[in-house]
Design a protein around this ligand. Structure first.
Ligand code: SF4
Ligand code: SF4
Length: 133
């Protein structure tokens, strides 16, 4: 069972909320297309790890793991909701941290944590996904 309260002392102040549910600028189908066309860094890895969520499921997971559920994805206004098979709900940690894709290394894209955690943006935004209309 997932833990019901953040173990932030074990995670340096991070609740892992950004891994519990997130939105990327692709639907599952458009992501597959973009990966086939070579427009997404670490595309095959993303296809393997992303689990689609409904907006309702995403809001509920956001709330369950530290967000307020009202504005759970403040920097994205398009795309689709996902969670990740590599996130451990009990420890709130990434189980492939050293091998995580560029999308995750770049987050939160030059800004502070959108969920009020301690970590500051370490790596500059690099554009892991080149959007196309
Ligand atoms: S942005 Fe950083 S501190 Fe905030 S939830 Fe994600 S990993 Fe944790
Ligand atoms: S690969 Fe790791 S950092 Fe990236 S979404 Fe999954 S659990 Fe989070």
């Amino acid at each position: 069972m997932p833990s019901q309260s953040p173990k932030t002392s074990d995670t340096g102040g991070c609740t892992g909320t950004c891994c519990a549910a997130f939105r990327i600028p692709h639907t599952p189908a458009s992501l597959k297309r973009a990966v086939r066309q070579g427009r997404v860094l670490d595309g095959d890895q993303l296809l393997d790890m992303l689990i689609p969520l409904t907006p309702k499921e995403a809001r509920e997971r956001n709330r369950q793991f530290g967000g307020d559920g009202d504005n759970p994805f403040p920097w994205s206004d398009r795309g689709h909701h996902f969670t990740c098979r590599h996130w451990d709900e009990d420890t709130r940690l990434c189980t492939i941290y050293e091998e995580r894709p560029m999308m995750c290394r770049e987050f939160p894209y030059g800004k502070d944590c959108p969920f009020g955690c301690d970590c500051k943006a370490g790596e500059p935004p690099g554009g892991w996904s080149k959007r196309s209309k």
